[in-house]
Design a protein around this ligand. Structure first.
Ligand SMILES: NC(=O)c1ccc[n+]([C@@H]2O[C@H](COP(=O)([O-])OP(=O)(O)OC[C@H]3O[C@@H](n4cnc5c(N)ncnc54)[C@H](OP(=O)(O)O)[C@@H]3O)[C@@H](O)[C@H]2O)c1
Length: 198
């Protein structure tokens, strides 16, 4: 299976690349390094990535930039980081990618527990996650040729200890649990689902 991983150089993306590379043809993507460079805030850049990669079977996105910071310092400008990044960036990966994906392919997007369990400093991610999850449900009834779409929604993950203080009481998701959430989305038969890991 040819799998594109956008965000492959990040904490989640590195792990998923390492495990899926043993079994599949993985194409890594991020703004720098990786097999292909893409900036998901630019539709031209996304189009360019798909043209370079060509037809594929699965797209995994672990690229979802958001603004993390105090509520009182948040303005329209900061909030746009998640709107243009995690929300529209991932939505455009699908809107453009649907023209390149093979029949019965799949899109697996990243959301997060913050949709339903807000934490201080993370309002931008909460809103972007909610939009991504709603988009996944809507896109599932629109995509053709058996193409599936799901979102993976973890709470804080074990390899991001810098975020532990922001998620009091949450048991971190192990990298294996995260991997298996993506496995369910990529290799399962489900569509329009939010795979909750919390
Ligand atoms: N870490 C957690 O505990 C956790 C828990 C739940 C949900 N999440 C969500 O999961 C996602 C990934 O988290 P992470 O910890 O793996 O993040 P990370 O380590 O910061 O990695 C982010 C990845 O996305 C890429 N990226 C960022 N902006 C991009 C853009 N505009 N275009 C293309 N690629 C871009 C980065 O590449 P470059 O450096 O090249 O830009 C990097 O490969 C985020 O949306 C986060 O909200 C994280």
């Amino acid at each position: 299976m040819k799998i594109i991983i956008v965000g492959a150089s990040g904490t989640m993306g590195k792990h998923l690349t390492n495990v899926f590379r043993k079994e599949h043809d993985v194409v890594t993507a991020a703004t720098k390094g990786c097999d292909v460079q893409v900036d998901i805030t630019s539709t031209a850049s996304i189009e360019n990535m798909y043209q370079r990669v060509g037809a594929f079977d699965a797209l995994i996105s672990t690229a979802g930039p958001t603004y993390v910071g105090p509520w009182k310092k948040m303005t329209d400008k900061e909030f746009r980081k998640g709107v243009d990044g995690k929300m529209m960036g991932q939505i455009n990966l699908v809107l453009i990618g649907q023209h390149y994906i093979n029949p019965k392919g799949s899109f697996s997007l990243i959301a997060g527990a913050l949709t339903y369990e807000p934490q201080l400093n993370f309002a931008n991610a909460s809103a972007a996650n909610g939009a991504v999850e709603a988009f996944v449900r809507a896109a599932a009834i629109e995509l053709e040729n058996g193409v599936r779409i799901n979102a993976i929604s973890p709470t804080v993950i074990e390899s991001s200890p810098q975020y532990f203080p922001f998620f009091p009481g949450d048991i971190p998701v192990t990298m294996q649990e995260l991997e298996y959430g993506f496995r369910k989305a990529v290799f399962g038969a489900n569509t329009g689902q939010v795979i909750k890991l919390y």
